[in-house]
Design a protein around this ligand. Sequence first.
Ligand code: ADP
Length: 488
Amino acid sequence: MFCTRRLMLVLSALLILAGGTSFVLAWLSLSGSFSLTRWYFDLTFALVTLLCVVWIGFAWRSRRTTIGRIRQQLHQFEQADRIGMIMVDMDEDLTELVAEINQYLTNIEFRFEKERCEQRELLMQADVAETERHQVEAVIFSISEAVIVTNRYDELLMANQAAQDLYDFRLDLHNLSPIEQVVDDPDLLKMIKLVRQDKSRALVRLFQRTHPLSGQKLDLKVTASCVFDGQRRDIGAIMVAHDMTAESDLARLKDDFVSCVSHELKTPLSSIRGYAEMIAEGEADSPELYRKYCLIIQEQAERLNRLIDDVLNLSRLESGGVDLQLEPFDLAGAIRDVTAVLRPQAQAKSIELDIQVQSDDLTLLADRDMIYQALLNLVGNALKYSPAQQKVTIRAWQDDDAQIAIEITDQGPGIPRESLDRIFEKFYRVPENNSVAGGTGLGLYLVREIIENLHQGRIDVRSQIGLGSTFTITLPLCQPSQLLVSQN
Ligand code: ADP
């Protein structure tokens, strides 16, 4: 290999020498100054031809070898999937061409490396963007408000489960669909258009919408905002729908409560004032009349007292300021006390109060005043909502599970099925029974708080329209060990 190029040079020199000598001798012979024999010409011709053949052979072999090596190296680059330099010996043929090719390959390699760096950077940016997208998705999916995000072409980009339920669509089926084909709410679509047009930060509107799954009428507070990128170009919009139904209901109930309480306060107050004025003006001219007016005043004052108690109890329970006095007490005695207080009310409507207490040995470990208050509310309601000349039954017994059950049954108007779940809510009053008797909608709320939250018991209700209602309280029976501890 080492000699190939030099050998070629030597061969070329010999060829030139032989060719040149033959030419000079031939010329001298032709000019007559020298005479050559025929064999000499033949010999020279054969020598030159031989040298030519050897030269061509060597040149051909050398080029083939170099091309073979170049091909082999290219093949290796291809297998290793990389660009490298082609190596040939300095004295080999084609070295200039190889140098040119290497220069070209170096340029390509440089460009490839630059592109590889750019690609790596892009991949990293894509990774970061993907992670950020996952984080944003996690935040959006974790909030309870309905959230919809659109892109710059007003196509759906993201929506959490609450939004999919509220507007009845599926994100996986409608991703990147035009938002007007996904959401069937013209008000919301108008908002999106507005914020995109005005590039406004936040637009707030109140809408009503029927939930497609539950059929419930919802009060929605929708906030729509334009989304901007780092260069303050708008790249879409985001809508957040907050369900205000509970707040609106509570506000409505509170309004009802205020008007109800004012009414409830006004009625006994005006009656107290009226009868007190009559007494003061001497209109009670007989002792019977005087006594009658006094009794009315007393009764109305008690009604006022009950109302104020309800409101005070409510605020005590709400503020957590209840100091529970747990003590063993006899349930039969508490029931007797309740019926004694309510007997005049029962008599006024000729309602029979039927008390069926299993034994006088039903001992509860509870706050007596609280349980008394709960029973008073339940039996009071039974009397209040029952028509005249009916029966209210109060039963108490020990059931199998070391629990005491107390049942108050009336033959009143009953409670509609759709109101049964709601009667224990604060301020809730059954619309159908409003005309039967007044109230604040607090009594049953207080009963549930006392029984379930303060005493870990249960309150249930069964009712049939026109036939009456049964409220059942279950409370744990006081165990002998608890009795001893409390006595010590
Ligand atoms: P209120 O002060 O209005 O009586 P409650 O919380 O005690 O408030 O009761 C809530 C609602 O439940 C009442 O407004 C009434 O419509 C209904 N209700 C309660 N008890 C009875 C009952 N025994 N019979 C019929 N309806 C009842």
